[in-house]
Design a protein around this ligand. Structure first.
Ligand code: NAD
Length: 487
């Protein structure tokens, strides 16, 4: 069912191409499901290669104009867009909770998080400075300038339906590019509402487009990858899909940013501030029901405080209220996709079969919707599935360790390298760990490592490219050299 909104204009049941709300060429649709109830919320256009080609042609035409707009003017539109997001945070949060499931307070928090990217990028548009380069040849003057790369495709996931749209498309548009957003089918309504606010803020037709689809995902993805009008593709999602997109982009040799799966170690040393650490861990673990790419996936606890941490976590988890994100006091919602419930159960069964102990929870909840009990597992080891893959659910998995050298090796024993966390009061250890961890991001005594001004990205099989901060905008620009001969 559609949520009640103060501003009903935020609700859109069509895709958005070249400033027009549009059905798919085929007339086909797909259903968006409320994960708390399993009910169909609405049917949205199921687009195809043909729709992508129309959008890319129009985004290219819009690029020819938008790239000429001064960074100051681009920035002022983006600033207005951020303001509109904040003014409509209540309604946007309502749409977001309805399709993603996260608690309403958390959904409103995501809108502020989404706006933080626009707030940063609107100023950054004016700071894409070039360089004057001392030339090796005294008769030459050498310059480097940055220019927008062109039309970009932004493929965004269902776990952050608002923030991933602004983090990618906001940066692209600030840089002077035009964008085609393809949100995860499960959570397209938030992206459409954000596009509507972009239009209200003054984005000209064709600068921001949203194509929708869920069943035709493979076709739409391939069409975006192979489209010669599109010069860059930015994707957040699983490593498997990231690799597929990279292969598909090779024929058109697109520039890529891939923010793929994580497997974050959360390392707790016995010299940490324990209450503050548990607090940070709870945030990094249960935020968005454990469905974040920088979620604490492997929790390493030094042996001397292992039993105490197990006890404290069980105590914390027993106070978590799991339910429909609109219910008062709920801190953990459902999983967003039904297949997530099966995946989390498979991870737990595998761990228990290999010697892990369930200290709390351990099962899907016996109620309508995609709910999984917040769970605590102890005595994990590197032979278990969830050591090598993200659990993507509200499951705290604890591994004991003895020494700093040992835990650094354990933490780096992963194909991926996105987020990580270290809790200790030893300053020298902070630096040894931060420099030694093979990841893109380190949180020290905190569970929050993302924001508009902070670079976000991974290494190894977590992908490449940096989003956020000054790096985020440059990702959507080319560097051009100009060598001038002075006779
Ligand atoms: P999936 O691999 O099927 O899809 C991941 C994302 O890629 C979705 O947003 C989906 O819309 C998109 N996608 C899928 N196939 C595509 C294609 N051929 N072309 C273009 N886009 C495509 O994964 P899933 O079942 O939704 O989730 C499985 C796991 O992936 C999760 O449990 C989690 O581990 C990981 N995941 C990570 C993130 C992240 O933020 N890094 C987001 C979503 C999922």
């Amino acid at each position: 069912m559609q949520p009640t909104l103060k501003n009903p204009k935020l609700w859109h049941e069509q895709a958005y191409v070249n400033g027009k709300w549009t059905a798919s060429k085929s007339g086909k649709t797909f259903n968006v499901i409320n994960p708390s109830t399993g009910d169909v919320i609405v049917a949205l256009p199921e687009m195809s290669q043909e729709d992508v080609q129309i959008a890319s042609g129009q985004a290219l035409a819009a690029f020819e104009q938008w790239k000429k707009v001064s960074p100051k003017v681009r920035g002022s539109v983006i600033r207005k867009w951020a303001q509109l997001l904040l003014e409509n945070a209540e309604d946007l949060g309502r749409i977001l909770t309805t399709e993603n499931g996260k608690p309403f307070a958390e959904a409103k928090g995501e809108i502020a998080f989404a706006a933080s990217y626009l707030e940063f990028y609107c100023g950054e548009a004016e700071r894409t400075y070039g360089d004057v380069i001392p030339s090796a040849n005294p008769a030459n003057r050498v310059f480097a300038i940055h220019q927008p790369i062109g039309v970009v495709a932004c493929l965004t996931p269902w776990n952050f339906p608002a923030a991933m749209v602004t983090r990618k498309a906001g940066a692209a548009i600030a840089a002077g590019c035009t964008a085609i957003v393809k949100p995860a089918g499960e959570t397209s309504l938030t992206a459409l509402a954000i596009a509507y606010l972009g239009e209200q803020a003054g984005l000209p037709a064709g600068v921001l487009n949203v194509v929708t689809g869920m069943q035709n995902l493979a076709e739409i993805g391939k069409a975006l990858c192979e489209d010669p009008n599109i010069r860059k593709l930015s994707f957040t999602g699983s490593t498997a899909v990231g690799k597929l997109l990279m292969r598909q982009c090779s024929s058109s040799l697109k520039k890529l940013s891939l923010e793929l799966g994580g497997n974050s170690p959360f390392i707790i040393f016995d010299d940490c501030d324990l209450p503050a650490t548990i607090n940070a861990l709870m945030g990094a673990k249960i935020r968005n029901s454990g469905q974040t790419c920088v979620c604490a996936n492997r929790i390493y606890v030094q042996r001397g405080i292992y039993s105490e941490v197990c006890r404290l976590l069980v105590d914390q988890f027993s106070q978590v209220k799991c339910g429909d994100g609109f219910e008062d006091g709920v801190t953990v919602g459902p999983l967003t996709v039904q297949r997530g419930v099966e995946k989390v159960q498979a991870h737990i069964d595998d761990a228990v079969g290999k010697g892990a102990r369930i200290l709390f929870g351990g099962q899907a909840m016996d109620r309508t919707g995609y709910f999984f009990q917040p769970s605590v597992l102890a005595d994990m080891s590197d032979r278990m599935l969830s050591h090598n893959e993200e659990i993507f659910g509200p499951v705290a998995a604890l591994y004991p360790f003895d020494t700093e050298e040992e835990v650094l090796k354990m933490a780096n024993n992963s194909e991926v390298g996105l987020g990580s966390y270290v809790c200790t009061n030893n300053l020298a250890r902070v630096w040894r760990m931060a420099e030694g961890l093979e990841v893109g991001m380190v949180g020290v005594n905190t569970g929050v490592i993302a924001g508009g001004e902070i670079p976000f990205g991974g290494i190894k099989h977590s992908g490449f490219g940096v989003e956020g901060g000054k790096w985020g905008v440059k990702e959507f620009m080319i560097t051009k050299s100009i060598v001038m001969s002075i006779p």
